[in-house]
Design a protein around this ligand. Sequence first.
Ligand SMILES: O=C1O[C@H](COP(=O)(O)O)[C@@H](O)[C@H](O)[C@H]1O
Length: 255
Amino acid sequence: MQLHIAKDTTDLSTQAADLIVEHINDTLQKQPRFTLALSGGSTPKALHELLASAAYKNKINWSKVHVFWGDERFVPFNDARNNAKMAFETLLDKVPVLREHIHIMQTENITPDESAQAYEKILHNYFPLVHTHHNDDVPDNTPHTTFDLIILGMGDDGHTLSLFPGKPVIHVVDKWVNAFYLDEQAMYRVTLTHPVANHAACVMFLVSGINKAKALKEVLEGPYNPNVYPSQIIKPKGELHWFVDEAAASSLTQE
Ligand SMILES: O=C1O[C@H](COP(=O)(O)O)[C@@H](O)[C@H](O)[C@H]1O
């Protein structure tokens, strides 16, 4: 795990953008396409805007980037809370990514379960399954490798993706994508499950602000208890980077 401590959100976004550019370009030297999963919330907005800026836009071959989401709030696309809407407004409408390479989690004219199943099907077309069998001959649903990069946020309660504290979805392993009703926010959520995140080549967390300091300390330095701090369950096979600003890092002892 690599911890990158930045002065503020601007510095954090610059550090993350530089590593993202490097990672995309290195990967595209070895393979023809790059699969990227975006997060929602407010923290990635500055990163998106930077990647879409004149200074960064041409550093990435967007025609080879395939875009997905780690989770979605099950509200219509035009609702301000929709994670995909935010990404279009801050990034995807401004860079030459191909429309057919963008895979949103559907939230309209579909049930949450159907949306999760449809997304899982899309992922199965991109990422191969491990062909092992359990004793009862049911194919194992474990992914082999998944995304080239997943960008994640962390809420001040320690959630990431839509893996919220105390929710059974944290521990789901037999699905790649799961939908569930989040009582606290009175909305359905659709989310990648942890095995999908943990089979990514690279995961980058972006965390900023003093309101994240306590959860960040618990996640990085506290005892392992993903039921209380779900971000702890993200332990990818590949690289793991935490980009945190000084305010979020202020309670860490290892700062
Ligand atoms: O609800 C969500 O929150 C997390 C964290 O968001 P932030 O505003 O604190 O950055 C986000 O990563 C997730 O995608 C989103 O659905």
